[in-house]
Design a protein. Structure first.
Length: 171
């Protein structure tokens, strides 16, 4: 049994089809994207909505427009600026999430380096404070190398502390 839908359902269905096709999505792609947002769509459901053969509930319209990356006002067809702004906000949110993940990764990397440098500096500090009996076993070049490595490790620690301070100030 087929219901005869009014012009609004057909027009909105056509608009959803236009938006979907403009994004290179299949009906199946749109159904899956909307389902990830909590919808319960099948490809056949999208097909019926686009054909105007099935009414579209408001909650479904919201999920479909989010899956399409447009504001719900885009279904009216005369709000391209809202469409553009909504897409820009979504892109900014995506970029922000990506930046946050990268910042987290870099912070852990710097923390690991800082801990390693701190541990290394402690080892070299112990080497420099060995008693005279143990120190006699080390050659002059080894003592010089240990002091050089300690200075490098301390410089790295200082640079890492400075970078960590700047990172916190920037956040």
């Amino acid at each position: 049994m087929s219901k005869n839908m009014d012009g609004d359902e057909q027009w909105i269905g056509q608009r959803i089809q236009e938006l979907r096709q403009a994004r290179g999505m299949t009906q199946h792609d749109l159904a899956e994207a909307a389902n990830r947002l909590g919808g319960t769509f099948h490809q056949q459901t999208i097909q019926k909505i686009e054909a105007g053969a099935r009414p579209l509930r408001h909650s479904e319209a919201i999920k479909l427009t989010l899956a399409l990356g447009v504001h719900i006002d885009a279904l009216s067809g005369d709000k391209p600026e809202i469409d553009r702004q909504f897409a820009a906000v979504q892109a900014a949110m995506h970029e922000s999430r990506s930046s946050a993940r990268e910042l987290d990764r870099v912070a852990w990397e710097w923390l690991s380096r800082w801990k390693a440098a701190k541990d290394q500096a402690a080892v070299f500090a112990d080497l420099e404070h060995m008693d005279s009996g143990d120190e006699a076993d080390l050659t002059e070049s080894l003592r010089t190398d240990a002091a050089d490595v300690r200075r490098i490790a301390e410089a790295l620690l200082e640079a890492l502390d400075n970078a960590a301070g700047e990172g916190v100030a920037d956040a």
